[in-house]
Design a protein around this ligand. Sequence first.
Ligand SMILES: [Ca+2]
Ligand SMILES: [Ca+2]
Length: 237
Amino acid sequence: MHTLSLRTLAVATAFAGLQATSAVAANLVANGNFELGNTGFSSDYTYSNPVPDTNGFPERNYTVGANPFAWHNLFVPLADHTTGSGLMFIGNGSSNTTDRVWFQSINGVTIGQRYFFEAFVANVCCNPSGPQGAAVATLSFFANGALLGTRTTNQLGIWEGLSTDWIADSGTVDLMILNSQAALTGNDFAVDDINFSITSTTVVPVPGALPIMLSGLVAIGWAARRGDKKKAVRSKS
Ligand SMILES: [Ca+2]
Ligand SMILES: [Ca+2]
């Protein structure tokens, strides 16, 4: 009876493990989808309200809003990446490339653990009333100073994703976005759905340690279930 129970558990968790290969766990970034507004993160840019359509005029300003066009009348209308009706970070790029566009510290990270990182960016300048072919932002994402990846917002009004893995080198991860584009004309962008989460494929059973292995399998099953929920959200990209 006891053996049967264990086997049943092993089969169930092995199946869950197969599902987990492309899944991710809960997002550790606070307000990574910006649905809570201007909270949970920091920026060297100056915050201004998402409306009216002249608030976005100064460079080195940002807002958290539902539509870039509502903040700057030369920007394009753009639906957020999360649901198509939510909020996003909208920035008017700074001429100082050392200004941190967005940054956040996350505690409780496991050293040596592989983490998944993903974010989406878009170029928002300009609509037909504004300059065409203006400079585009080049956004680089860092974890504890290490470059995770760079995305140039080449396509006007189109979300472009960046995703990668990162192995934690500290119990705290400082995530940061820098923009290497210094132009004032153009260089306007949106960011949404910043995700930093533990990957489910790196829970490695210790040979001969059955209790540890079973706890790992349970963790994989948990990650898979969380991942299924996340995939449902991702399918909107
Ligand atoms: Ca959003
Ligand atoms: Ca600008």
